[in-house]
Design a protein around this ligand. Structure first.
Ligand code: HEC
Length: 250
């Protein structure tokens, strides 16, 4: 019985562990994002970056400011003064003020809503994308990206990262030279290490935004497992108690 109890607890834990990494990483050759959405300070830093550098173009239409406050452990005032620069009300979703027509004219593309981006493309894609912009004078916006070639988004974080340029390999006849590696030609406000940390936080924030319920589900999951373990133990004691009577009556 004890063996069975232990194995059923192990099974329950195994199931829980198997369901926790809900966001499968996609794409080969991408560095792992290494995000941790249980790290609230990281989510807060990521939110700050998003609202300073991304919301000018991108919305998070499924995320409300009020929900952000409660999930990220921030007060209404903190959210409204430090994160909400669009004049939206506390209960409203995060909508960029970029008019779609202007976006098309400027970038040739609408900046997509990023609510579900982490689920659609995976966190590794976002993390690597944010680290892979390089100057490219042949592109209309002056930037290119090795993870998303010919993206029509300029590097929003260049001040932090610095200016990155590409080192090209030999070009095969009639073909464009491939980018061999990227290097920082003009340093930014952050060291490469700090910049990776910042983009990891930003990616974690978008991972959270894509599935705000994941935070809750994981903490409920722990309680469910504790409850099941406790229940198993009580049932074991109960069974012991019943069988004691049976044995005694013999
Ligand atoms: C100046 C406007 C602008 C800003 C600021 C901006 N973006 Fe973008 N972003 C775009 C445009 C335009 C596209 C569409 C690119 C394309 O499809 O060629 C895009 C695409 C993306 C994509 C890829 C979407 C896809 O197709 O899968 C991601 C991820 C992304 N942006 C993240 C960010 C993050 C994070 C920030 C803030 C650090 C940010 N963007 C800031 C304009 C912007």
């Amino acid at each position: 019985m004890i063996k069975r109890t232990i194995s059923s607890i192990a099974l329950a834990l195994g199931l829980a562990v198997a369901t926790i990494p809900a966001l499968a990483s996609e794409g080969e050759g991408l560095a792992p994002a290494g995000t941790n959405i249980r790290d609230q300070a990281s989510l807060q830093r990521g939110a700050k970056l998003f609202f300073n550098y991304c919301v000018g173009c991108h919305s998070l239409k499924y995320v409300r400011y009020s929900r952000l406050a409660s999930d990220l452990g921030l007060s209404e005032e903190e959210v409204m003064t430090n994160l909400n620069f669009t004049g939206a009300k506390f209960g409203e979703p995060v909508i960029s003020h970029m008019p779609a027509d202007d976006a098309k004219t400027w970038f040739g593309k609408d900046p997509p809503d990023l609510s579900l981006e982490a689920r659609a493309k995976g966190v590794d894609f976002i993390f690597n994308y944010l680290n892979s912009f390089y100057l490219d004078p042949t592109r209309p916006v002056g930037w290119n990206n090795t993870v998303f070639p010919n993206a029509s988004m300029p590097n929003p974080l260049w001040e932090l990262q610095g200016l990155q340029t590409a080192v090209h390999g030999e070009a095969a006849p009639g073909q464009e030279a491939v980018v061999e590696k990227l290097q920082i030609s003009t340093p930014g406000r952050m060291s490469p290490e700090e910049f990776r940390g910042a983009t990891r936080d930003l990616t974690a924030f978008l991972e959270y935004a894509a599935e705000p319920a994941a935070l809750e589900r994981q903490s409920i999951g722990v309680w469910v497992i504790l409850f099941l373990a406790g229940l198993t133990f009580l049932l074991y004691l109960l069974k012991h108690e019943y069988w004691k009577d049976v044995h005694e009556s013999h």
